[in-house]
Design a protein around this ligand. Structure first.
Ligand code: IMP
Length: 177
């Protein structure tokens, strides 16, 4: 059975501070250009909403959704795009906004798929990076926070569709009754 840790792992004030830092860095890097920001549903919806409002570069926004078929909370490696980007990508500066890079399988597939549509550039901004859990090599260009292991919820992230609405980030702890 899974239960929430009682302590907050990342407080909303630290999230807000870090999101503004990321937004400042992105605004500097894309100065004079226009970003096509692509949020990965569903987990990135809150992070993207905060990020897009903190960036000073003009942005267009769209979404993509990927399903990973397999058991439990881990990617199986078989990734399918279930909702694709509807705006034109060719010649655009695409910034993919994702909640977590874990095994790297989802983002590897999304980046490879969108690259076929000839963007001018394609970069990734992830709220959280679990670097040690990669199954395929993948480096995000902008990372909010890093952690080694553990399963987190809140700020858009879910455990079986629960807890997305929490403004702070918590760790899920498993216990055996
Ligand atoms: P990857 O393909 O293994 O990199 O999986 C990335 C996806 O797994 C993320 O977009 C999340 O939806 C989900 N995920 C991985 N770790 C967590 C976590 O700790 N909490 C919530 N979702 C997670």
């Amino acid at each position: 059975m899974a239960e929430l840790s009682k302590e907050i792992l990342i407080h909303r004030s630290d999230i807000a501070k870090r999101v503004q830092e990321l937004a400042d860095e992105i605004s500097r890097d894309y100065a004079g250009n226009e970003i096509l920001m692509v949020g990965v549903l569903k987990g990135a919806f809150i992070f993207m909403a905060d990020l897009v409002r903190a960036i000073s570069t003009p942005c267009h926004t769209d979404f993509i959704r990927a399903a990973s078929y397999g058991a439990g909370s881990e990617s199986s490696g078989h990734i399918v795009i279930t909702k694709n980007v509807e705006l034109a990508i060719e010649g655009r500066d695409v910034l993919i906004v994702e909640d977590i890079v874990d095994t790297g399988l989802t983002l590897r597939h999304i980046v490879d798929t969108l690259s076929l549509r000839n963007p001018k550039s394609i970069k990734v901004c992830a709220f959280l990076d679990k670097r040690k859990r990669r199954k395929v090599p993948f480096e995000a260009d902008y990372v909010g926070f890093t952690m080694d292991d553990g399963f987190i919820v809140g700020y858009g992230l879910d455990y079986s569709e629960q807890y997305r609405f929490f403004p702070d980030v918590y760790v899920i702890q498993t216990r055996v009754d």
